[in-house]
Write a protein that binds this ligand. Structure first.
Ligand SMILES: [Zn+2]
Length: 160
């Protein structure tokens, strides 16, 4: 009735969070949690008012309500990117490969055994190593052992 768009099925969102240093902060009922510096992905969902929710996440003027608020209110944390998805929250969360810094984080309502809806991304494996374009040395190595064979005295022929 209120003219709500039904074409938008993106109920799931992910916050890409950068934490510039390691912090230990209280997170509601979880108590003190330690978050190593690094990149995180938080997966959440909003059935309604997604944009308002995301604005809230990005704002710093709020009282902590969700677990994620505690993290995002810390000055070392910043949201670097927000993505939206139609994939169910838990499915999307489980597709993220990472460590769980705080078990139970953001997962109070989770019934799919995620363990946490906040994941610490593992540092990129050093695939980015510059390719060493140094040509291989070819050819036999010489020099070390130039054998000096003493000339054998051969008997002079012709002494008949
Ligand atoms: Zn879940």
């Amino acid at each position: 009735m209120a003219g709500l768009s039904t074409s938008n099925h993106h109920h799931t969102y992910q916050l890409h969070i950068r934490l510039s240093r390691t912090i230990t902060i209280p997170v509601g009922a979880l108590g003190q949690c330690r978050f190593p510096a690094g990149d995180y992905i938080y997966t959440g969902s909003a059935r309604r008012n997604m944009e308002a929710r995301l604005r809230r996440h990005r704002g710093r003027d709020k009282r902590p309500h969700w677990h994620i608020d505690h993290l995002l209110l810390h000055p070392a944390a910043s949201v670097v990117e927000v993505t939206r998805s139609a994939t169910p929250e838990c499915e999307l969360n489980q597709s993220v490969t990472g460590e769980i810094p705080a078990p139970g984080f953001g997962a109070s309502d989770c019934r799919n055994g995620c363990g946490s809806h906040l994941k610490l991304l593992l540092p990129r494996q050093s695939k980015a190593k510059p390719h060493s374009g140094r040509p291989k040395r070819s050819g036999p190595r010489r020099g070390a052992q130039a054998e000096v064979v003493p000339q054998a005295r051969h008997p002079t022929p012709g002494g008949i």
